[in-house]
Structure formats: C-alpha cells, structure tokens
Design a protein around this ligand. Structure first.
Ligand SMILES: Cc1cc2nc3c(=O)[nH]c(=O)nc-3n(C[C@H](O)[C@H](O)[C@H](O)COP(=O)(O)O)c2cc1C
Length: 452
C-alpha cells in the first residue's frame, strides 16, 4: 500500500507521535511510505500546496499523525484541513486513519475532530490509535501499535471501515437575522471587565452583528480582543521553554498580553464561526499559545460564554469541548448563543446568565470532565514537577495534589466496614442497614442546620 503520513506535530521529524509510524514502517517494509511534516511547514503550504497535493494524490491510504493539543488537534493540522478543503484535492474513497499521542487528556475529542474532517473529505475512516506519549517505549505499547496497524491493513483489504453515517448538513449556511437595538446600561455591571475574544474580520458578518447586539444589550461596554488583528507570530511549537518561567520563545508579547489583558477579566465571551468542526484555525493558534500558562487554572470562578455563528447544534464534539473546557477550568459556562434559529433570544439569555453569575459569583461543581481532567493533570504535573516548575508551584499552593493516600481520615473507616462485610454472620445482620448508616452524616447535618 502507498501510505501517506500527515504529520500534524509542529515538531516535524522530532515528533514523538511520528515515531510510531516510523516504527511501523520499519516493521512492515512491504508498504511504501511518504511523510509530510504538514504542521511544521504550514506557512510554506499556505503559499504553495503542490507538495501536499502530490503526496495526497499518490497515497492509497492516509494516516493523520498528531499530538493532542488543548482538547483537540494542533493549530497546524487545523490549518492543513482548511488548505486541503480550499485546494479541493479529491480524496474521496481513500482510506484514512489516525495516530495520536498525548497524556489521554481529551484525546477522544481530538480524535473525533480528525474523524469528522476525514468524513468531510469523503474518505473511509478506520478507528485510529490513541496512544500515551510514552507507549512506544514499552512492550505493551509497541504490541498495541502493531495490532492497530494489522487491524488497519485488514480493514482496508477486507473493504471494512468505521465511518459513521453523515449527520452534518452540507451547502450554504444561512444565519437567522440578528437585530441590533439601542445601547442599554446596567448599573449592577458597572466596573466589570467583560472581554469578547473574536477572530472576526468582516464587519458585515452575522457574527459581527451578534457581537453588536451583545454589546448593546450587555449594559456596560465590553473590551474587544481581536485575535486576527493581534500579531501572533505562529502556533505553539511544543518546545516546553515556558515550563519553568512561563515565558514563551515567541517575541510577539502574547504571554504577557494573556496574563495582563485576558486572564484579569471578570468574564470572557468567545465569538467565533464554526469552521471544520472547530472554532477555526486562528482560534486554535490562540488556544495553543495559551500553553505558556501551562496547566494552571488561573481563571477559576470566571464565567464564560460563547457567540457562535454556524450550525453549532450539529457539532456535538465541539460542544463537548466547550463544556469540558469550562469544567476543567472550573468556570461557569453561561451558554453558547448561536445564529441558527433565534439569535436575539439566545444572546439576551446569555447576557442574563452572565450577569447573574457575575453578581452572584455562581460557579457549579465540576463534572466528570473537570474532575477527571484535573486528575490527569495532577498526576502529570507531579511526575514532571522537576521540569514543569511553574505548574508544580501552582498545584502545591492551591492544594491540587489531592492524592488518595492523603485521605486517611476517610479511608480508615472503610477498613472497618470491609472487615464487617467480610464476616458472613455480621453481613447478614447488617444487611439493609448499610444505606441507613451512610445517611447518618446527613441526618446530623439536617439536625445541625434545621434542628430536625
Ligand atoms: C500546546 C500543547 C498542548 C497540549 N495539550 C494536550 C492535551 O490537551 N491533552 C494531552 O493529553 N496532552 C496534551 N499535550 C501533550 C502532547 O499531546 C504530548 O506531549 C504529545 O505526545 C506530543 O507529541 P509530538 O511530539 O508528536 O508533538 C499538549 C502539549 C502541548 C505542547
């Protein structure tokens, strides 16, 4: 088979993820392989796509190889999908799969994004390999890589694929009309710094009108940060130079800007157009560059909201990412207002919820996404504390190292319960009383609070 490996890591040939494909190519030399370091040379591909088109046309099957970057794929791969679609190269009917490495923090949402783009291009998708970044260095990881590859080859030979039935509407999107009323004022929000972060450049677009309505109805003037106008020199290159000091290798001042102009806000509203099942490549560049902040949840408690132009209701994966991001950051997600059916009502509701959260400091508890995500971060930062010094300091200071072994006070009584349940006679006696026992602290609480 002629196999094209599209390398979405900005590290090019130094990509950890790429090593899996190289390993497999050495194990299975009967196939032909070509590697395109797409993410690393994305600026060149923007100017001239010929090299990429040649490889894509040559290939019988395509492997997207990339690191997971902030819940999804890196900026370079986002941009690459934009370029492939703009070029119009016909990939329909070809087989495609993916190999990612990460610490498994939202590798699934990243994979779904890649799968959705593979589907857009009319390719036949075979479920990929979502590995830990260290997997290839251990026997089990290598075995998993090998069995993945054999499964992939088997699928291609047998004409099998895992493509899901399409559920995205094609064709031109026509947004509902957004009305922009007179500017209102709201005393309760006076002095609040609400920032709108957007990549919109067209003042006539539906998204611009959504922003205008939001500004008019909010009650105070929000600050606008346009990331298309900000001179970002490029996407994160994954060099980890920021791990100790938080200082980015780029000299565009974004690290400082992020800390002094964005993270200081009282609330953030992101305004974007749905593109290729994500917020688009410019937002991805912005998100990846946030890595200079490491894994520090510095905006805990800050309400966030979104203005989305496009068929957002079809984008289940993107919606998961947006909800998960809020949960991991322990932010209240005030909503995602879209221009699909009733933008005026949705924008006004978003404002009402933002206002409520700002005034009442409303923050709901984290969900599975936030709790699970932070446990991955906790273990990762602890293990890498020698290098990720800024994160380690932050996690120590904020008590994020809540390893189970520290909770003796809650695990000791379980030994006692375990001992009782281990004895047949006692277990029969206490059967049915377990639930009552578990309710005892609640009975105590009600007595204390309400005297019941
Ligand atoms: C900017 C940035 C964002 C990252 N985001 C995630 C993430 O969301 N989830 C995760 O598990 N790992 C994340 N990682 C870790 C990388 O996925 C991991 O180190 C990967 O193996 C790097 O592969 P590469 O060498 O092929 O680029 C991130 C790393 C960087 C530099």
């Amino acid at each position: 088979m002629k196999i094209a490996i599209i390398n979405g890591s900005p590290k090019g040939k130094n990509s950890i993820t790429l090593q899996t494909s190289i390993y497999l190519s050495k194990k299975y030399p009967e196939h032909e392989y070509k590697i395109l370091n797409a993410s690393q040379i994305i600026k060149l591909l923007e100017k001239d796509f010929t090299r990429a088109r040649e490889i894509l046309e040559w290939a019988e099957v395509i492997v997207f190889s990339y690191p997971v970057y902030t819940f999804i794929a890196p900026y370079g791969l986002h941009r690459f999908f934009e370029l492939v679609k703009a070029d119009g190269v016909d990939l329909s009917g070809k087989y495609a799969t993916q190999i990612s490495t990460s610490k498994h923090f939202f590798d699934v949402t990243a994979a779904r994004y890649v799968e959705e783009n593979i589907s857009d291009l009319g390719m036949r998708y075979v479920t990929g390999l979502l590995a830990d970044m260290d997997d290839l260095l251990n026997k089990k990881g290598r075995e998993e890589a090998v069995s993945f590859f054999e499964y992939f080859v088997y699928s291609v030979n047998e004409g099998l694929d895992n493509s899901r039935p399409r559920r995205f509407t094609e064709g031109e999107y026509v947004p509902a009309t957004v009305a922009v009323p007179e500017t209102e004022s709201c005393k309760e929000l006076e002095g609040k710094d609400i920032v709108i972060i957007t990549d919109e450049t067209d003042p006539e677009s539906s998204l611009s009108r959504m922003i205008e309505r939001f500004k008019a109805k909010l009650g105070v003037m929000p600050r606008i940060v346009n990331i298309s106008e900000y001179n970002l020199q490029g996407g994160c290159i994954g060099c980890f130079s920021c791990a100790v000091s938080g200082k980015c290798v780029y000299t565009d001042g974004f690290d400082e800007f992020l800390r002094t102009k964005i993270q200081t806000a009282d609330a953030i509203v992101y305004a974007f157009t749905v593109r290729d099942h994500s917020m688009g490549s410019r937002f991805k560049m912005y998100d990846d560059r946030n890595f200079c902040n490491g894994h520090r949840t510095v905006t805990v408690g800050m309400p966030v909201g979104y203005l989305a132009s496009g068929r957002y209701s079809e984008e289940e994966n993107l919606s998961n990412i947006i909800e998960a991001r809020a949960s991991v950051g322990h932010n209240y997600l005030a909503g995602v207002a879209t221009d699909e059916t009733d933008p005026d009502r949705e924008i006004d509701a978003l404002i009402s919820r933002l206002r409520y959260a700002l005034i009442n400091k409303y923050v709901p508890p984290k969900t599975f996404w936030g709790v699970g995500g932070m446990k991955i971060f906790r273990d990762l930062i602890y293990q890498m504390r020698g290098m990720m010094r800024a994160d380690h300091k932050f996690y120590k200071k904020n008590g994020y190292y809540d390893f189970p072994q520290k909770k003796w006070w809650s695990s000791l009584p379980m030994y006692f319960v375990g001992f009782l349940l281990g004895n047949d006679k006692i277990r029969k006696k206490i059967r049915g009383k377990m639930n009552e026992g578990m309710l005892m602290p609640y009975t105590k609480l009600f007595k204390k609070e309400f005297g019941e």
